[in-house]
Design a protein around this ligand. Sequence first.
Ligand code: URA
Length: 313
Amino acid sequence: MSDASPHTHPVAAGLQELLQILERERSRGHQFVTLSKESEAALQKLPLELMQRTAASSSPAAPVSPAASVSEPAGGAESSPAPVQEPRKTVSDGERTEEWAREQLNGIFREVKSCELCRSLGTLRDTIVFATGNPLADIMFVGEAPGAEEEKQRKPFVGPAGQKLTQIIGAMGLSRDDVYISNIVKFRPKKGDGRFQGSSNRKPDHTEMESCIRFIRSEIEVVQPKVIIALGATAAEGLLERGGAISGLRGQVHEFSGVPVIVTYHPSFLLRQESEPDQVKAKAMKRKVWEDMLKAMDLLGMPVTEKQRGFFL
Ligand code: URA
């Protein structure tokens, strides 16, 4: 029997029931289920928004931005059944459409929702902040974890650091919709028990990053960016499993899952520099970030104007 309330949309109620069936199969030790072509097509046609609402059952659906900004309070996630994880299919280049990528990313979002490991740590807050931007972008920006503003809007990089990042992307001649923006950790790290945290944030620790690393790996598999830009030492540590200062990681092209990775300073570091008395240093740091962006643009074969070459953020 479905747990749906009498006010639940019939399609949502059907989906809830389906999730329960899948959970039952999982508890019987079945990892995969076979779907008929018709059922698969019917499921794929369901609007994303409705699926999110169903899985969360009581929480309002999150806004969906151009790509995959899919996140919501995860109170419902604890009570919702964990879906059977679908294997990601290999597809030919022709099949890698935007619609396909969106569906895959929505699948990853649902995996985040049912991440028991992330929840069991007890150090991450409940709201999922997933990703935003172009699901088939050439450039993927990866940060560490959402902050207070990101949690509120359920989108990565929308607070002050996000505004700086948007400015950097703009200087590259691109918009946020052209690139894919995500974080290693999909939940805002708690301070204390999280109740009196206000707007203060902290970096995720190694265990928290480990609990989420498979998601960014899957996102990379789907988006297949031509270059990844790791924002800050924490993101670099998560992706490259290499700690240390940014100064030691910059200037080389690293690799994650076969994709070139450029490491640069986190936008919030630039913001902190901007408010320091030493503005010469602040300018030098901004120029370093910009040089990293030029490197990414060169790697992609993007045209770079003279004005862009000499630019200071
Ligand atoms: N800092 C990050 O690393 N990620 C965000 O989404 C916001 C701030």
